[in-house]
Design a protein around this ligand. Structure first.
Ligand SMILES: [Zn+2]
Length: 275
C-alpha cells in the first residue's frame, strides 16, 4: 500500500523548522502540483522555486524534509510544470515514497489553504505555536486538521468476494469494493453495515477489521473490513453509486493495476486465500 515504505513518515509538529535550499517544496495549484518528469525525485527543492511566502514545514521521511508554499503562482525552472496529482498516481514509474509524501502534503495543503480565515468570525487565522492547528487571530477559535473516516468493505460469500465498479467519477474503470464515509454518530462497524445495505442491499455478519490507510487525496482515513453475507445473497444495486457488483470467485479476482490502495490489497488477499 502507499504507506508501506521503508522509512517512516514523521509528521511530528515542528513549528520553528527553518527551511533550507535542499528541503523539498510542494507547490500546489488546485488539483495540480509542480513536478518534473524525474520520478525518482519529481518535486523541486526550495532553492529552485521562487515563491512569495515563508514555506510551512510539513513532515520528514528519513533525513529528507518537506515544506509547503501556499503561493499558487510559485515558479520553478523549465523542467518543472504543474501536473495533475491524480495523473502522477497512475504514472508507471512513480515511487511509493514520493506518492505517499505527495498525498500527505496534498491533504495538508487543502486544510491550510481552506483554513486561512476563521469559520466562526471570519478573521484571519495563524498557525498555532504548540500543535498542528490554525488559531483565529481575533476570537482564538482553533481548527485542527480534518480527516474524514471511511470504510472499505470486502463482503464474502463462501469462495466469492463482492467486486464492484463505481458508476461515475474516479476509478470507474477499476474493480473496487463497497466503500463509504462515516456519518456523525456512527461507529465504523455501523458504517460498514449501512454502506453494504445502501449500495447492494445485503445484510452482513462476522465483521472483521483488516487494516487502515490514510488516503490524503480525498482527506480520508480508510478502515478496511471483511464480512460475510448474512442470508439472501441477491444483490440490489444502487445505480447512482455503482455500475456493477458481482460475486467474483477467488481465481477471477484481478485487483487494481498498482499496489497503492487498501482496496486492491484486500481484493488480492482474498484472492490468495488469506482471508
Ligand atoms: Zn475567529
Amino acid at each position: 500500500m502507499i504507506q508501506d515504505i521503508t522509512e517512516k513518515l514523521d509528521n511530528s509538529y515542528v513549528p520553528d523548522a527553518v527551511p533550507s535550499v535542499n528541503d523539498t517544496l510542494f507547490c500546489f495549484r488546485g488539483m495540480d502540483v509542480l513536478a518534473s518528469d524525474d520520478m525518482n525525485c519529481p518535486f523541486p527543492t526550495i532553492g529552485k522555486v521562487e515563491c512569495s511566502d515563508q514555506p510551512i514545514y510539513l513532515f520528514s521521511i528519513g533525513s529528507r524534509r518537506f515544506f509547503l508554499t501556499l503561493d499558487d503562482d510559485a515558479q520553478a525552472p523549465d523542467k518543472y510544470r504543474y501536473v495533475s496529482v491524480r495523473a502522477l498516481r497512475r504514472h508507471p514509474d512513480a515511487l511509493k515514497k514520493e506518492l505517499y509524501a505527495l498525498f500527505t502534503a496534498f491533504h495538508l495543503y487543502k486544510w491550510y489553504s481552506s483554513g486561512r480565515f476563521c469559520g466562526s468570525c471570519g478573521a484571519p487565522t495563524a498557525p498555532d505555536s504548540n500543535e498542528r492547528a490554525l488559531r483565529c487571530t481575533k476570537c482564538s477559535a482553533i481548527e485542527y486538521p480534518r480527516i474524514a473516516p471511511a470504510v472499505i468493505v470486502g463482503v464474502t460469500n463462501g469462495d466469492k468476494l463482492l467486486v464492484t465498479r463505481y458508476a461515475k467519477g474516479r476509478g470507474v474503470g477499476f474493480d473496487a469494493l463497497v466503500a463509504g464515509f462515516s456519518e456523525i454518530g456512527e461507529t465504523l462497524e455501523q458504517t460498514a453495515e449501512r454502506e453494504v445495505m445502501e449500495e447492494v442491499g445485503l445484510h452482513v455478519k462476522n465483521l472483521r477489521y483488516y487494516k487502515s490507510q490514510p488516503w490524503g487525496l480525498s482527506g480520508t482515513m480508510l478502515a478496511g473490513f471483511y464480512c460475510d453475507v448474512d442470508g439472501d445473497d441477491t444483490i440490489t444495486l444502487d445505480e447512482t453509486e455503482l455500475s456493477s457488483a458481482i460475486w467474483t470467485k477467488r481465481e477471477d479476482i484481478v485487483g487494481q493495476p498498482d499496489d497503492m490502495s487498501l482496496t486492491s490489497e484486500m481484493m488480492k488477499i482474498f484472492r490468495d486465500g488469506k482471508d
